[in-house]
Design a protein around this ligand. Sequence first.
Ligand code: ZN
Length: 258
Amino acid sequence: MVDRVMCYRSPTTVADVDEIADWLEARVDADVTVRDRFLEEHRTDGLADRFAAARVTSPYDRDTGNTMLGTIRYEERALENPDREGGVLYDGVQMQRALNAALPAAERGLETLHLPIIDRAIGTWGDHDGRWHKRVTVLGQPALLSVPGLYEAPAKPESYYKEKQRHALLSGDTPPREVLENQVEGEFLIADDPRTTAALKGYALQAYHYLETGEAFCERDGCRLFNAHYHEDLVEAQLREPSFCSRHGRQYGLENEV
Ligand SMILES: [Zn+2]
């Protein structure tokens, strides 16, 4: 059903989208191509307003949006200058709708999967617990893949938070990366992690898998299609062998892959 996949570069992040596309193309029955930043390639009037409306204003408030003129101006500048945004959480579903509306009509069908790798944090509302949750992906068309989400959405090992708190009490700021990496037991990815590209590959495949089969995630931890809620599970699923569970290994594994 999916004939082609358009991946979009993310120049403000360390993600190597060309490498992700090559990995994907070797595993799926579709042409995979790479384009520049999504917001460079596709733009509609009103996108800044829609982004402003998608801003999460409180972790516990389902209503989003700050459409004050200053915010819209900020969003306009952020569309032009990708370096400007940061620290804002957006409703991933609203952002997905906004980007879908920006796609050219001829490319909106489900035989072309658009896969923007983005440098913004996205979340979805949890009806069960009444708060926003950061996400790595929002599946669908386009499928959003958030690089900050990779670092921030899954929970880190408990000792990470303890170390952070301890450091804050002692010095009033956040500990540097080396301190966290040396003091915290268990594995996790932090901003600009050198394993970013490798970890994103499985999420790109999840986007394809969803459109192709209607199946969102794999329930077997350790499979690249697993939806990890903890960093340790993410590392296990995306960065360790075997790459897939046996079922998805038959579907997506390469011949010499474990
Ligand atoms: Zn699987």
